[in-house]
Design a protein around this ligand. Structure first.
Ligand SMILES: Cc1cc2nc3c(=O)[nH]c(=O)nc-3n(C[C@H](O)[C@H](O)[C@H](O)COP(=O)(O)OP(=O)(O)OC[C@H]3O[C@@H](n4cnc5c(N)ncnc54)[C@H](O)[C@@H]3O)c2cc1C
Length: 239
């Protein structure tokens, strides 16, 4: 690292945040920055690996944002022509049926015993006396918020798979409004019939027509077009 020239601005990581920082510096006419990335590829969690013709997403498989500036920047300025706008149609397969996202608000197709367990668990969780202490971890938060039925029939298995991590080792302060909080009236309504209202923050999203992947060479034939104009990039061991 000692032989690196001096840069007044060093950006750590070439994920969306790092690339966005570099893009905005360039927009202001500032080019004396350096992005350091420990991987051989740009994109961070947005990367897609292709093995034998099959694509594997690290994390992001769709793009969505409620921030009008981010939407304008990504969808119209940077990736226009490379995006497909889609309305969400997401389902969870469990107990032999497909349940639309968000599971807790669309229980009506499930077997009656599962609906009963889910709703009774939610009512019991709501009837518990308020406790002073906060839940210790994400799993405890799930039980306290959704009750035993929804927790064990959906939230815990789903989140274990999504995060590939022990939920007892995870915090829950990132949730904000990502997980639709169940209102008992709406849960009951969704247990009786299909909901007309759509819930959740990502009702409309964008898919990339050609996936973000491979090349690290900024300024050359880089499929990650957000990085056009980003010049000073170096792969590095983790610092
Ligand atoms: C499972 C999962 C699913 C998701 N699905 C979606 C989705 O469908 N749609 C959506 O819009 N968002 C989704 N997100 C959120 C989205 O992935 C992130 O908000 C976004 O990609 C984060 O970008 P970032 O630049 O902050 O971090 P990252 O993408 O993690 O980038 C960080 C970069 O820094 C590098 N780095 C880290 N440490 C060092 C170091 N010490 N030295 C050098 N380099 C380093 C890493 O290699 C990486 O390239 C998902 C996230 C997860 C975890």
């Amino acid at each position: 690292m000692n032989d690196l020239p001096h840069y007044p601005t060093v950006i750590l990581g070439a994920g969306l945040c790092g690339l966005s920082a570099a893009y905005h510096l360039e927009e202001k006419g500032i080019s004396d920055y350096l992005i350091l990335e420990r991987d051989f590829k740009v994109g961070g969690l947005t990367r897609t690996e292709v093995f034998e013709g099959f694509s594997f997403d690290h994390a992001i498989h769709v793009w969505y944002s409620r921030d009008p500036y981010a939407e304008e920047l990504i969808c119209r300025k940077l990736l226009q022509g490379n995006l497909l706008r889609q309305t969400r149609r997401s389902y969870c397969y469990s107990a032999g049926v497909y349940t639309e996202f968000p599971y807790q608000l669309n229980l009506h197709r499930l077997p009656p015993r599962i609906i009963h367990k889910n709703i009774m668990g939610l009512i019991e969780a709501r009837c518990e006396l308020p406790r002073e202490e906060s839940p210790l971890h994400f799993e405890a938060w799930i039980y306290r918020t959704f009750g035993q039925g929804i927790a064990e029939n959906f939230m815990i298995p789903y989140n274990r798979r999504q995060w590939a991590w022990n939920l007892q080792e995870m915090n829950y302060d990132w949730i904000a409004d990502r997980v639709p909080m169940p209102d008992i009236g709406e849960v009951l309504q969704g247990a009786l019939q299909p909901q007309e209202k759509k819930y959740g923050s990502n009702q409309v999203f964008w898919s990339l027509l050609s996936k973000i992947s491979q090349n690290v060479d900024f300024g050359h034939d880089n499929p990650f077009r957000i990085s056009e104009g980003v010049k000073n990039f170096k792969t590095t061991p983790p610092i």
